[in-house]
Design a protein. Sequence first.
Length: 400
Amino acid sequence: MNANDEFRFDYSPGVVRFGIGCVANLADEMARQGLETALVVTGSGVANNSDTITPVTDGLGDRLGGVFSETTPKKRLGTAAAALQKAKECGADVLIALGGGSSLDVSKVVSILSSRDDSPADAGAEFESAGTIKMGDGDELPIFAIPTTLAGADMSIVAGVSASPESGLVKNPIGGGVKDRRLMPTGIFHDPALYATTPKGILAGSAMNGFNKGLETIYTRHSTPITDATASRGIGLMYRGLTELGDQEPTASILETVVQGLILVQYGIGRPDTTTLSLIHAFGHTLRDGFEIQQGIAHAVITPEALRYLFDHVDGRRDLLADALGVGEARDKPAAIADAVAEMRDGLGLPSRLRDLDGADRSILGKIAEATIKDVFMPNVPEGLHASADDIEAMLEAAW
């Protein structure tokens, strides 16, 4: 984007609360927003980890209505329907999404179901025919997000969802997504102490997903001066904090810098009319599905090669990225950017080659390339980048 280019920026995040121990203020924030009773929506692992769940339930105090601990990475519509029933039983007027992206996505689907005057089966029929579920005309359950991974999915209005025939809600297996500006959490608690309760390996993988939100926000064709500022600052903070994390176990004090950066890199990435995610996140989807791996691990392997490919074809706003990463004085900025990201990744102990991933199959790289070209995020790549399936397959081979 040039300095005088016209732009439109429509983004309304919820209240952000940050700080070590900030979840102690959950009841206070509920009171400020006129909310009485909370249902915590999480997975069994988080629910059984007292270091994670206890500060949240203590922070809610007598506003805690119950805990629903059945979310999984599958993000099932049936799970959301069960959570809605639990919310009704305990009289909840707010959902507390605690954990990774799966719990937040399920909570968003619960919010949609709560706004409709039909049954979950009706929502399932709509999902099966359209690949999405629309928000209803009624009042939806608001969401407070308390993330414990670094993927950066909490300040968004979208969610993934799937359904299987076993739920009784669909006839065939299906995956899709939902989007509505009312799905933006109204309260977002970034507590470094809770992030520190997550195993380092999970934090590291998710961090590559979150970090790349900043990279892509800079070079996307949908950049704005606002997101340039937040992403640039966020990239620098995350890079510094994640480099430090590579040498140590997670602690609240180490993660403070990382989490501050995470808040900034995701500011405005998903707006009602557009998103900044593009090339790397398209690879994240297709490698995740093709090799059945965690998306953050896919990001770890592919990011340096994707950046090299990008810079070979377009400018990619290399000056701004180099400054954000502290390599602005490098003679070869594209190489310095890719190398800095690779060094950060390697310091976190993440894999660097596709061949090292469990389930990796070289024979399907062509299929992954075809799927990547068709991914929903590819139209957001920088102006002038005209990727072909052959180009993408060659890049995947370079990463093999």
